[in-house]
Design a protein. Sequence first.
Length: 300
Amino acid sequence: MKCRKCGRPAVVNMRQHKLALCGACFSDWFVEQTRKNIERYEMFDPGDRVLVAVSGGKDSLALWDVLLKLGYEVEGVYIDLGIEGGGYSARSRCRVEAFAESRGVPIAIVDLKAAYGKSVPDMARERRGRTYCSLCGLVKRHEMNRVAYEGGFAALATGHNLDDETATLLQNTLRWEMGYLARQAPVLPSIHPRFARKVKPLCRMTERETASYAIVRNIDYIYDECPHATRATSIFHKELLNRLETRSRGAKLSFYLNFLRARESFKVPEVSLDICKRCGQPTAAPEICAFCRLWEGSEG
Ligand code: AMP
Ligand code: ZN
C-alpha cells in the first residue's frame, strides 16, 4: 500500500478515514488533526501557557510532543502515586523525565509519598471506604488542579483519546449517569477561579493513532496498563466498542460526536462550592475537601 500523500510505502492504514500514510505524512496529519481540534473546541489560544498531565503512557507523551511541535508554551506535570506492581510508577516516571530531558522542557514532579507522607497503596491498605481507583483519581484531580492553579496556567490538558472517551461514555450511558454525562466534554470550562480549565486535545484520535504517532516519533513510553484490576471494566468496554468498529467503520467517532451534539441540550447541574479550610481548593463537601480528609483518617 502506498502513502496517499507522497507515494512512499504506507505504514499506517486508517480505514475509518480511508487513508493510508507513510510515517512522516502520518506524523504531519496527526499534528494537523490535533491543531484543528484545539481550534474547533476553542481549547486555548496560541499565546496561552498550557500544563499537560503526563502519565508516561503513549497518549499523554504524544500530546506533549504535538503541543511542542505546534509551538505552544507547554509544561508537564507527573504525579508519582507510588504504585508498585513491577515498579509501575517508578518506570512511568523515568519515561516522563527522559522525554522532558530530551526536549529540554520543564516538568513538575509531584511525589505523593515525599509531599504528603503516603502513597496511594499506603492509603489503599488503610481501607478508607474508597476503591484503589477512586483514591487514585481523587489524588490525581486534586494535585493536577493545584499545580495548574499555582502555576497560573490557562488550561490543563490530558491525553484522553477517542477510545477512552467512548468507553467512559458507554459506561455512563449504560447507567444513565446524567451528572457524569453532562460533565463529559472536550473542554470543561473552569467553574471557579481556583479550578483549572480542562481540555482533551486528542479526544477524536483513536488509541491506535496515538500509539502509531508515539512509535513514528520514537517516543519511549510505558506499554503496561496500571496493574490494578478494577480498570478491567473500561478495558472490556473498549473491546466491545472495537468489535462494533470492526462491523461498522467510524462507529466510535459517530457515537462520540452524536453524543456531543445531544449533550448541547443537557442542563449541567449547578454545584455550590465551598473553599476547603486546609488547602484552599473549591469543594462540594462542607469545610474540608475529600483530598484533605484522606490525610486525616476521618474518611470512610
Ligand atoms: P487515565 O485516567 O490513567 O486513563 O489517564 C488519563 C490522562 O490523565 C492521561 O492521558 C494523562 O494525561 C493523565 N494522567 C494519568 N495518570 C497521570 C499521572 N500519574 N500523572 C500525571 N498525569 C496523569
Ligand atoms: Zn483540601
